[in-house]
Write a protein that binds this ligand. Sequence first.
Ligand code: ADP
Ligand code: MG
Length: 234
Amino acid sequence: MSGLLITGTDTGVGKTVVAAAVCAWLVEQGHSVHPLKPVESGTDENGGVPGDAQLLARSVGLDSWRDACVLALPEPLAPLVAARRAGLTVDQVVLDDAFVERRARGGTTVVEGVGGALVEVSAGVTVADLAARWALPAIVVAANRLGVLSHTLLTVEALQSRGVEVRGVVLNTLSADPPTVAEQENAAELSRLLPQGVPLLGTMPFVSQEGAESPSALASLVAQWGGMLFPDRP
Ligand SMILES: Nc1ncnc2c1ncn2[C@@H]1O[C@H](COP(=O)(O)OP(=O)(O)O)[C@@H](O)[C@H]1O
Ligand SMILES: [Mg+2]
């Protein structure tokens, strides 16, 4: 079994798009892939459906989001706040069981985090803690905008300080507008500033709506750097 946790510099930075692309690419490489969004909040904004889990499920050819999500919460809030306001608690044992069950299937489990790396997914357990607890290496999705350098370095440091292996950073393009000077400089600056052993894997271009929903289009965006995600794989 192998696995990967996909976290990011913030919420809304492209974790789901990158996770779906990685899942689709792994499937194209012939792997059996189990996407997992442990907790997703904000289903009210999407007709009661957790949109991240739905996109992840589709990226590997699953019909239902239910196999890719453990707990879906209505309000678009931090998981523990959304759970409290829904009269629920997030049980870490249930999350652990869901992960263990996928691991037992073999193949590759791809876990999308929630928000940034230090968001709590259950009481006292952050996304970064999940990676450590489940012995998953991580990649960091960084939003290519002014401010990303510090956010990325902080995220990598938080993961590494918990013993998580960071396999690299993906710089994601969130706008179709011509890049600003900061956006043009960020890749080179990140390459210079990231700690040794943590590469800038690649830059994710801005994708069209159709592209974001097409597994083969998403997979093609990972082709250049996907091989660096699992260096020990034959
Ligand atoms: N590379 C990209 N090209 C086009 N749109 C993107 C890209 N990355 C993210 N988006 C859009 O930005 C929004 C946030 O991305 P998402 O992957 O959901 O972020 P996160 O999972 O980090 O919250 C979504 O509407 C998504 O479709
Ligand atoms: Mg997401």
